[in-house]
Design a binder for this molecule. Structure first.
Ligand SMILES: *Cc1c(COP(=O)(O)O)cnc(C)c1O
Length: 357
């Protein structure tokens, strides 16, 4: 996944300075460069997006018995940390306009519950309807945690997704737009909360010569070597977004006229990173037909995320909505979207898909 080879330079630096350890110059620089890139006050580099979500909830004071609203259409890592904190998720439906949290349903949910926090996700690099969501959450004085794991490089109006709410969570897992093989970032403009999260992430060691702990800690920091990879990757983010957009527009131009095909929604206030090119199929050709036809040629395509309220583990928790996320799941396909794809690769995928009509 290296485009320019900056990664090796920073990794080498970690070796040269003998910082094959958690923390060190690359970690500090990665946090700083990340803040500069997305225009945030403070950032904390962590071992995963999941650990970033966990510490966001903890920093926000979410604990035993608290209710947390979470978008249902997402990857399980958005909500699992709610359970780590012994809190209770309530799932909120998506809206066709954004594929993300449905503001009207969110309002409805506030009439039924008093949550401690709201987790909104920017799936596939599309941004949620943040003005409306923030307006509702501000009215009830409830914190907003943005799961921007899939949306690094996406803007809502002139702001980076992940910097509009109280906390932003990013992932550098292998499948994301930039990767450190595994890693994450927690950002916030509440610098003191980020410092507190930094303390918890490094085993909650009190300031003492001996090992003293007055709080529960975690081993969640990103290593200095992986942070070096992250610094190199951050430099190629814009180039990746450009290529992802090219891929999306290529598919859209070739496939959007087929009956029953509808591409993911790009709203006027959204400049996406086009992490994955996704479409809905509502005609005779079903998502599974596309997935299987591509699979026969050893090409991977996938359904959209299966909503959390349909997951066996989460079936006992409340869901508020009208089944939009169920429909999106039923009809959606994520197309191959790797930035290494050539025009030839794209033509091949398009040819296989068109042959089904
Ligand atoms: C990848 C992902 C995460 C989790 O990130 P990890 O770094 O894999 O822990 C969380 N939420 C969403 C929406 C994701 O896609």
């Amino acid at each position: 996944m290296s485009d320019e080879g900056y990664e090796m330079q920073y990794v080498q630096e970690a070796f040269d300075t003998n910082w094959i350890a958690p923390l060190g110059n690359n970690v500090n620089k990665f946090e700083q460069e990340f803040c500069d890139k997305i225009d945030s006050q403070a950032a904390l580099a962590l071992s995963s997006g999941t650990s970033a979500m966990h510490l966001a909830l903890k920093a926000d004071g979410v604990g035993v018995g608290d209710i947390v609203f979470c978008q249902s259409l997402t990857f399980a890592a958005s909500v699992n940390p709610v359970i780590y904190q012994n809190a209770t998720p309530v799932f909120i439906d998506s809206d066709y306009k954004t594929w993300n949290m449905f503001p009207e349903v969110l309002e409805e949910a506030f009439e039924k519950y008093t949550p401690k926090a709201v987790i909104v996700v920017h799936l596939y690099g599309l941004s949620a309807d943040m003005d409306r969501i923030l307006e509702i959450c501000n009215k009830y004085n409830v914190s907003v945690i943005e799961d921007a794991a899939e949306s690094l490089g996406s803007y809502y109006k002139d702001k980076h997704t992940g910097t509009l709410g109280d906390y932003g969570v990013y992932s550098f897992n292998g499948n994301k737009i930039i990767t450190t093989s595994g890693g994450g970032m927690l950002v916030s403009n509440k610098e003191e909360r980020i410092e507190k999260a930094r303390f918890w992430a490094s085993q909650a060691r009190d300031k003492a010569r001996h090992y003293e702990h007055s709080e529960l800690g975690y081993n969640y920091r990103l290593s200095n070597v992986l942070a070096g990879i992250g610094r190199g990757q951050l430099k190629v983010l814009d180039k990746r977004v450009e290529k992802k957009k090219y891929i999306f527009e290529y598919y859209k131009k070739e496939l959007s006229d087929l009956p029953g095909v509808q591409f993911m929604p790009i709203n006027e206030w959204n400049t996406p990173n086009y992490w994955l090119s996704c479409m809905l199929l509502t005609g005779e050709v079903r998502p599974l037909d596309v997935i299987e036809a591509l699979e026969e040629e050893s090409i991977e395509a996938r359904p959209l995320w299966k909503p959390m309220h349909l997951q066996p583990y989460y079936k006992e928790y409340d869901f508020i909505g009208e089944g939009v996320s169920d429909e999106l799941f039923k009809n959606g396909v994520c197309l191959p979207s790797d930035t290494k794809m050539t025009d030839e690769d794209l033509e091949r995928v398009i040819g296989i898909i068109k042959s089904l009509w």
